[in-house]
Design a protein around this ligand. Structure first.
Ligand code: GLN
Ligand code: ZN
Length: 754
């Protein structure tokens, strides 16, 4: 047997890639310098894997922006609008410019669409394909990275995005005929993979990893005939390395296992962390015969130390089910921070329970040694692992309170709520944040670094709130917000104030391109030592006679954008966060706040990849939202906001949340949602974003009016709220102010017709 990992973070221990790219984009450094940083980072990863004792390190897991984009370029699948840039590219500088143009756009060219990679917070660029796009081997990245490692004396296994995953994650380009499916390119694409495999084999690669995570989702499971066809074809090639078809983010089901077993590939990778039922599936298909099982056993997506004895017993149960069992991570380590050693000041009681990418590599190596050398060979390490049995961070008070509340999540009824007050029809509001100016960011940074004291910081924030309130009054909005100047991030802000959460100093994880985030770590029972937002909101309310909306982040989103304890069901953890929010809402009400928004930006995002798992998820997601909000008085307006444009799957959930007003990111497709909701008899408030805040474009009064009129065909005027489609923090005042003025004017004009 041997040990490996599916992939490793690319950004560098100090986010070197981010710095190098941003300096390149700003024109301060040339292509040669950027390439040198990249080569250095790749080398660092391979050497650290080698030094840790990993059997086979992966290559081609590096990317300047995204591995799906790299795959599109590798196979010549560049969207039409960028093609001239690639064709004209005469040197490395212009080649990189064309590549980054696809990811980031240029003055004239729209970038490719970006969306979440399965249920992670990593974003990939969505390939645009059409019958006119002809896949062919057009690049040499996997080969050159393999060769670079070989030159360092390190034998690697190149990693490729699989053909099925690539095609199913792509979308038909605008010029594709209706009904055309990207899978129709499979044959040509397989020819290109074949050529690449021959090249890699000729260069000396003994094995290649082909990632097919799509098999963990319904989309992939529905295409098993294509799967079998593809890997029969690749398996039958005469000139190729060994093939590892690796899957992750969930179990793949017995049909996919049978299909892969029938092909000539040598190795199959399964994720036993996200899909523990894979062990049973494997037994049901009587194992893999003489194929190798690459067992994804160390969690690649979460930050907890592995339970080594438990993992060993799982591995033990797998041994009879394959010709050989290799030990690996459940998926690429792309999704966790690089090194726990970069957190020397973290509370040791929490720290000793964590493992980041570098520590996970050690766990894989240890498990591998235990398998080959037996328990005795690693007795000392095993003893250490056992003695690190996790301390428990339970808080009996939180548990007792939740117990006492039980399943009570029903708010006061509709009649009482209606009787308690009415907003103007077509009420105008915003989603919460206002532009975060350099001054606002600077004040927060100065405060954090201790350059300014508490009093000065408060003064600066209050001055900002004054400005934002005055501006909203001047524009004529109906329900105001304080603008969120004190928040660095909608999850981190609360995580820093809640017990049971810890934040990191260097725990960066790539979100997209050069953008990295530092997800907080939810390690224990959650509670709220003191009010979190009340002071800011009540200050804002004291500056105006218009209602100011309190702004909280909902339980699901608090979990989705954090690393969350895995020793209890997510639903139980969500209830604890909900309880803290429930208390916050009660405190806001006590101070006279009458509108409270609980953002569930990520509700759609945590939706399981497979239909059969969704009902369970939605049940706890809805339950936790209702637990947070159901204590609100009849006269309080509970708002919620969700951040995406694809609602097909959760229209029912919007109703079930029982919020008075739901605003959605829907500038592009809101009519569909509005119709859908109306046809299902939805009676509450809805604010389908009237313009897209992701673009700097200022919408005209007229186009907003048109949108409102069309929404009114399905909704009553009392139901329709008027708002942008997301928070304004990434925009500048130059766009925000005219856009909001136009929005308010459009609402005013449409009101006169009612
Ligand atoms: N209230 C948050 C804001 O306005 C919501 C952000 C979001 O939906 N992602 O920024
Ligand atoms: Zn949003």
């Amino acid at each position: 047997m041997t040990t490996t990992v599916h992939g490793y973070p690319r950004i560098g221990p100090d986010r070197e890639l981010k710095r190098a790219e941003e300096s390149h984009w700003a024109g301060r450094t040339g292509a040669a310098e950027l390439d040198a940083v990249a080569a250095h980072l790749r080398r660092g990863v391979w050497e650290s894997l080698r030094d840790a004792g990993i059997g086979t390190a992966p290559s081609n897991t590096f990317s300047y922006y995204d591995h799906v984009l790299d795959t599109a370029v590798l196979f010549g699948l560049v969207p039409e609008r960028f093609r001239h840039m690639f064709e004209a590219a005469s040197d490395r500088e212009s080649e990189l410019a064309a590549y980054f143009a696809m990811a980031r756009g240029t003055g004239e060219l729209q970038p490719m669409e970006m969306t979440k990679w399965f249920d992670t917070n990593y974003h990939y660029l969505v390939p645009e394909l059409s019958p006119a796009t002809r896949p062919r081997l057009a690049g040499g990245k996997p080969l050159s990275e393999y060769t670079q490692a070989k030159g360092l004396g390190i034998e690697t296994r190149p990693v490729l995005v699989g053909p099925l995953t690539f095609l199913l994650l792509a979308k038909p380009a605008a010029d594709a005929p209706p009904g055309w499916r990207t899978l129709e390119l499979l044959d040509d694409l397989l020819a290109a993979y074949s050529e690449l495999l021959a090249q890699l084999s000729a260069a000396g690669a003994a094995s290649v990893q082909i990632d097919e995570p799509i098999l963990a989702a319904d989309d992939g499971r529905a295409e098993l005939a294509s799967l079998e066809y593809a890997y029969t074809r690749l398996g039958d090639l005469s000139e190729r390395p060994e093939l590892l078809v690796s899957t992750y983010f969930g179990a793949i089901g017995t049909d996919a296992l049978e299909a892969l077993k029938r092909t000539g590939i040598e190795q199959i990778g399964l994720d036993f962390v996200a899909g523990p039922e894979g062990v049973g599936e494997l037994a049901r298909v009587s194992g893999l015969g003489d194929k190798t099982l690459v067992a994804g056993i160390v969690d690649g997506r979460n930050v907890w130390r592995a339970d080594v004895p438990g993992k060993l017993s799982t591995l033990g149960s797998l041994l009879g089910l394959a010709g050989r069992v290799d030990v690996s991570t459940s998926c690429s380590l792309l999704h966790v921070p690089i090194d726990l050693d970069a957190e020397p000041d973290m509370d040791p009681a929490v720290r000793e329970r964590l493992a980041f990418a570098r520590q996970k590599v050690d766990e894989v190596v240890l498990l591998g040694r235990a398998l080959t050398e037996g328990d005795d060979g690693v007795a000392e390490e095993l003893r250490a692992a056992r003695s690190a049995a996790p301390a428990s961070f339970t808080d009996p008070r939180v548990r007792a309170r939740l117990e006492a509340l039980g399943g009570e999540t029903t708010r006061v009824g509709d009649e009482q709520r209606t009787a308690a007050g009415k907003e103007p029809v077509l009420a105008t509001t915003t989603i919460g944040s206002f532009p975060q100016t350099p001054e606002v960011r600077g004040a927060r940074a100065d405060h954090r670094a201790g350059r300014i004291g508490e009093a000065e910081y408060k003064r600066l924030m209050r001055a900002e709130i004054d400005r934002v309130i005055a501006l909203q009054e001047d524009i004529g909005l109906d329900v105001l917000v304080h603008g969120e100047p004190e928040r660095n991030d909608m999850v981190q802000y609360f995580a820093e104030q809640l017990d049971g959460y810890i934040t990191t100093v260097n725990g960066w994880v790539q979100s997209y391109g050069s953008r990295c985030v530092r997800p907080p770590i939810l390690y224990g029972d959650v509670s709220r030592p003191e009010p979190m937002t009340v002071e800011w909101i009540t200050y804002a309310q004291s500056r105006t006679d218009k209602p100011v909306k309190g702004m909280l982040t909902g339980p699901v989103t608090m979990l989705a954008w954090s690393f969350v304890r895995d020793d209890q069901p997510l639903g139980d953890t969500a209830r604890q966060v909900a309880l803290a929010l429930r208390d916050e809402i009660a405190d806001l009400e006590k101070e006279g706040i009458r509108h409270i928004q609980v953002d569930e930006a990520a509700l759609r995002e945590l939706l399981p990849l497979r239909e059969e798992l969704r009902a369970d998820y939605l049940a706890w997601a809805i339950d936790s939202f209702r637990l947070a909000t159901s204590g609100a008085a009849a006269s309080t307006r509970i708002h919620t906001h969700m951040c995406y444009s694809e609602f097909g799957r959760i229209v029912g959930a919007i109703e079930a949340l029982d919020a008075d007003v739901t605003s959605v990111e829907a500038a592009r497709s809101h009519m569909e949602l509005v119709d859908d909701l109306a046809s299902k008899g939805y009676r509450r408030g809805i604010g389908p974003g009237v313009y897209d805040i992701h673009s700097p474009r200022v919408p005209s009064v007229q186009e907003i009016e048109t949108g409102l009129r069309s929404a009114l065909r399905a909704l009553s005027p009392e139901q329709l709220w008027v708002n942008p489609d997301c928070g304004l923090k990434t925009r500048g005042y130059a766009e925000v102010e005219p856009a909001l003025r136009n929005m308010v004017e459009a609402a005013r004009r449409v009101r006169t017709e009612i």
